[in-house]
Write a protein that binds this ligand. Structure first.
Ligand code: GLN
Length: 296
């Protein structure tokens, strides 16, 4: 941290600050991650975009901002995700408040939302869709859907009350009306009107996969939103597919984000519950990430 203090005191130009941030962060992150965290810090803490920085690297910062930067860097060096440090994350073009009570929204989940919208944007104006998100966390899925499907009636549940409180604040911020409710779907069946869409990004990481995970996820994100026992990897998929078979209207659709290792097994679960037109879609990295089925 010393290396940070000296150049900051002597020279507070953006160029030197960026260099210090980058060098320090490289001690705990890969150079690519360090670079991306550096530009997020510059943009969010100092309000300086990459373009401004490139065009005028010598612009200087206020002493108060220097203190703030020190604190953000101190936390980032402990591998706390930058989204938790700043208290916000971007998802599908929207800002979301996030904290350690919820998972940080992932780009893969943006792809899930994009796929649902692709399939429903053209018909959504005709009849109001009934939508349910299971395990909503920050509320990123239902809010992104509601923001783009203004006629939809969106419901969202989670087992965690602190997560729901945060999701409600996010919905309020985006002026979306979502019916949030607390529910442990492993034990309860929610009472809802016949649904057109059920979407879920449930916990799907195996305990045995922990060894390969980064500390910024392992030490900071909620394990209850991430992990499933090694001997029951499809715990949530079995239960949610069963619920969906009950709660979906005829031709209603179920959209799952999945662990890339379990595409075929998830498809088999949907077959067991008599879903049709079962499809697996890959994410941007070419990994099996989404499984879709239609109720007959
Ligand atoms: N995609 C997340 C991760 O890899 C996991 C999300 C989940 O378990 N639903 O960290």
């Amino acid at each position: 941290m010393e290396a940070f203090a000296n150049p900051m005191k002597n020279n507070t130009s953006i160029k030197s600050i960026a260099k210090v941030l980058q060098n320090q962060l490289c001690e705990v992150y890969s150079p690519e991650e360090a670079q991306s965290i550096t530009s997020i810090i510059l943009e969010e803490v100092l309000g300086i975009t990459l373009t401004q920085w490139v065009m005028d690297p010598e612009i200087s910062i206020e002493p108060t901002q220097e203190k703030q930067l020190q604190e953000v860097l101190r936390r980032a060096m402990q591998q706390e995700p930058i989204q938790y440090i700043l208290g916000k994350a971007h998802f599908y073009g929207l800002d979301f408040r996030v904290g350690p009570e919820v998972l940080i929204p992932r780009p893969e989940t943006e792809e899930l939302v994009a796929l649902i919208l692709e399939e429903h944007l053209s018909t959504s104006g005709k009849s109001p869709l009934e939508v349910l998100d299971i395990g909503t966390g920050s509320g990123c899925i239902p809010i992104a859907l509601a923001a783009n499907l203004p006629k939809a009636h969106v419901h969202a549940l989670d087992i965690s009350t602190p997560a729901l409180d945060l999701a409600k604040r996010n919905a309020l911020h985006h002026q979306c009306h979502i019916d949030f409710f607390q529910c442990n779907i492993l034990l309860e069946t929610p009472l809802l009107p016949a649904l057109d869409i059920i979407v879920s990004n449930p916990p799907y990481v195996l305990e045995s996969e922990k060894a390969a995970m980064n500390n910024n996820v392992l030490l900071h994100e909620p394990h209850s939103a991430l992990f499933v026992p090694n001997d029951d990897p499809l715990l949530f998929y079995e239960r949610i597919a069963g619920l969906a078979a009950e709660l979906l209207a005829p031709k209603g659709k179920l959209y799952f984000e999945i662990n890339e290792k379990y595409a075929l097994d998830t498809e088999a679960v949907l077959e067991k519950f008599k879903f049709r037109q079962i499809v697996t879609a890959k994410d941007i990295h070419g990994k099996d990430r989404i499984v879709i089925g239609q109720k007959s």
